[in-house]
Design a protein around this ligand. Sequence first.
Ligand code: BGC
Length: 925
Amino acid sequence: MCKKVCTRVILLLFSYLPITVAQAQKAPPVPPPFRVDNLVCEYKINPISVDEANPRLGWKLLTRDRNIQQTAYEVRVGSNAVSLLKGKDLIWTSGKVTSNESLHVPYGGPMLASRQKVYWQVRIWNNRQQVTPWSMVNSWKMGLLKPSDWSAKWIEDNYLSDTTGGPSPMFRKTFKLDHKVRAAHLYITAHGLYEAQFNGKRIGNDYFAPGWTSYNKRLQYQVYDVTADLLKGDNAVGVTLGDGWYRGYTYNRKKDVYGSKLGLLFQLEIVYTNGKRVLINSDKTWKVAYGPIRSSSFFDGEVYDARKEKKGWSTIAYKDAAWDSVRTDTVKENLVAMFGPPVRKHEMFKPLKVFTTPAGEKVVDFGQNLVGWVQFKFKAKAGDSVKLFHAEVLDQQGNFYTKNLRTAKQENTYVFKGDSVETFEPHFTFQGFRYLKIVGYNGPIDSTSVAAFALYSDMAQTGSFSTSNPLINQLQHNIQWGQKGNFIDVPTDCPQRDERMGWTGDAQAFSRTATFNMDVAGFFTKWLKDLSADQLKNGAVPYVIPDVLLDKSLSAASGWSDVATIAPWNIYLAYGDKKVLEDQYASMTAWVGYITAHTRAGLWDTGNHFGDWLFYAGTDYADGAALTDKNLIAQAFYAYSTQLVINTANILGKQDDVKKYTALLADIKKAFLAEYVTPNGRMISGTQTSYVLALNFDLLPENLRASAAKRLVDNIEDYDEHITTGFLGTPYICHVLSRFGHTDVAYDLLMKESYPSWLYPVKNGATTIWERWDGIKPNGTFEDPEMNSFNHYAYGAIGDWMYRVVAGISTDEGDPGFHKINIFPHPGGKLTNAHAELETLYGKVKSAWSIDNGIFTLDVIVPPNTSAVVTLPAVDGPVTEGNADITTSKDITNIKPATGSDLQMDIGSGTYQFKYILKTHKKNS
Ligand code: BGC
C-alpha cells in the first residue's frame, strides 16, 4: 500500500522538476550580506542513496559581518520543489527552533520510503535579529531500504568455480525503451569490482566500486542517475568485473576471502515521461564472455590483451550470439547504501625525467611517490607486448628497486592489437610508485606518451599548512601524499607491497592528522561500521579491518585495536558528530570489556602486542635501543580507551556508565603506577614513548608530571635531540612537550635533519612518509626489504601538532567540530612564518603568523556561528587589531594575561589581524 503511494508521489515529482526549479532558484545578482548556503545531507550535497531513517542536515552561514551567531533555524522539507519554494505541501517543517546548531540537524518528519526524493530548505536567524532568505533548494533521495526492494538477481558466469587471477567476465544485455525517459537510476554492486557502460559510455567516474567493506555482512551498492545515458528505443549495457578485494590475493597470498565467484547485481529503474515505471534487472537474460582483461590483481597488476577486445560490446550493434548464458542467485540481506566517498582519479603527473639506469633499463621518474597507475599512448605491431613495472625508489647505484614490494608484482602487461596509437590504462588494480620501468617498447617515451594518475578516495582537501622552512613544507607535502596514497576506500598501512590492508594501529595513529588535511568524516564513518561488523563477539578487534586475516588469535593488540575508541573520538572532535559516537558506543565498550576480561590483578599483561612498533632501534647511542615494555604500553592504552568511553558516555548522557568506567579507570591507573612507575616517578622503561604515554593519558599523579616531563626532555637530550619513538609514541610526543612547557624541545625534534627524525627522509628526497625512520640508511643502503615501505603514513602523525601547535588551530574539546576554536600559535624553530587554513563544517578557519623585525603579525579567520579563544604568544607592549588598540574592538572581549607573557581573549566570528612586538625569550625563536 505505502509502496504504491510513495511511487505515485515520486512519479508526480518528476513531471515538474527540471525546468521549474531552475527558474525559481535564480540567485539574486548581489548576494545579501547574510545568507545560508552549502546545504548538506549526511555530509553530501544532494545525495541519492541515503539509508539513514533520519538523515542529518547541515549548512553554512555566509556573512560579511563579524561576530555572527545563529540563534534559530527553520528547516522545511517537501516532496515537490516548486511547492516547497511557496511553503506549500510540506512533508515536515521544524518550525522556528531556537538553537545555534547548524550541523547534524536530524530530519524529524514521517518515515521516508525507499527511493523517495525530498527537497529541503533552511533559513536562519542571527544574534543581530536578522533573518536570511530561504536558502536554495537541495534534495536527498532514499536508497533501497529493504532486501525486498531488489527484484534483480545476482548473476555469475558458468565457467570454472574459481578463476582468481584469471580473465575478467563481461556481462551484457540489450533492452528497448519504448517511451522517453524522465528519470533513470541504476542500483548496482558486485562480488568483486565492476565497471559499467551504457551504449559504449562508462557510467560515472568512480573506481574500484563497490569499495571494500566486510562484504559478507555489509556490501555497499552505488546509485547513479543515468537519465542522460539512456535513449528512447534500443539500448545496451555492459559490465566488466575484476577480482578486487572480494576474491583477489591478499596477505600471505590468501585468496577467495569472501567467495570464489565474481557476480553482478544490477537494477535499473526507469520512469518514462508518461509515468510508467520500467525495470531492467540482472537476470537470466544476460550474456557473458571473457574479453581483453586476462587477469587483474591489486598486488600483481593487470594483463590486457587488446587483440581480445570485443569492439562495441556495450552497444546495440554488437552481435553476442557466441556469448554464454549466466546463472542467477537471490539477493541476500547484506546490502547497504554507500556511505563514504568513492575512489576517483585525481592529479596527473608528466614524466620529470626519462633515463636509462646503470643496469640498462628504461625508466621514467614521475617525481612523486603516488598511488594509481600509468596511462600510455604507444604504437606497435599486433601481438607485441609491453610490460610496465613500478617502483618507489632507485637503489644506491641508481637502479630500479622492487625488492621491498615482497611478492607484489605491480606489473601491467599490454598486448597490442596493432591499431594506430593505442591508449591504455588498467582497470582493477593500482600501483604505488614513483618510477616506471618499461620493457618491450622501443618507441618514444615522453610527456606525450606516458602520464601517471593518482587515485584515491574523493575527500575534499580541507587543510593547508606552510611555513618559512621549505623542509617543513616538504614534510607537510609528504604527509598529505601519504594520506592520499593510503586512503583508497580504507585506511591502509601501505599501498605497494603485498599487504595494503586496513591495519588498525596505523589508522589510529594517523587519524587526527587525517582530519586536518582532508574531509575524512564519511571515509572513517564507513570504515568504523566495518570495524563494528568484524569485531569478535568477545569484543576483540582484529588487527586489520576489514578482517581478511580471519584468525581469532590475530586480534586485540594494544594501540592497534584501540582504534575502536580513538577513531570515533577523533571524528567527533573534528566534525562534532555525536552520531558516530552513538553508533560506535557498543563497539567501544565491547573493546574495553575485552581488555578487562583479559587482565590479571587489574593489569593487561596478556596477549600479543606489537608494542611501540618501529621505534628507534639503533645501537650507536650509549642506551642502546629505545624499547618500551609492551605491557606498560598495553596498560596505558587500556586507560586511554577507558577514558574515551567515559568521555563518550558523558556526551551520550549515560551517567551509570560514566560512574562504572570512572571507577575502572581509577583501578587501571592504580595498577599502572604500582607496576610501572617508581614512587619518585621514574618509569620502568626509561624511553620517550613511556613518558609520552604516561603523560599524554594522564596516568601520573599531578605532583609527578613536571618531573616526568623533565625526564622526557633529558632522554631527548641524551639522544642529541633525536626522536626515538615508534608508531605509538610518535603522535603525542610533541604535544606532551608543549603541554609541559617544552615547545622549544618539540621544535628541536621537528627541525632535526639527521636520523632518526622527520626531516631525515625529507633530506633524502622523500616525497611521502616512510615506514621506518631509516628506510634508506645514512650509508645509502636500504633497510630490510621485508619491511621497508616508502609510503606508510603513521609517522606523519606529527601533522596534527603542526596544525594545532605551530599554526595553533584546534577545537575546544568541550564544544567540538570547531564550534569553539582555540587559536594559539607557537612561534619557534627559527621559523619566520607559519600559515594554516582549515575548511571546517562551519567554514574556513585561518591562523597565519609572521615575524618581521621583531613584529609579530597574526591573521585569523573565525567562521560565522563559531567563536574563538585567541592566545597571543610572548606579547611585549600594546597589541593592535586592524591597526586599532585591541581594547577598543567590540568583537574582542575578556582580554586577560595567560601563562608568561601570553595574552588571551575571546573573539567572535570574522577576520582579524593582530600585531605586536614579540618578546624574544624563547630558545628557538
Ligand atoms: C604493517 C604495519 C602494521 C604492522 C603490524 C606491518 O606489516 O605494514 O604498518 O601496523 O604490520 O605490526
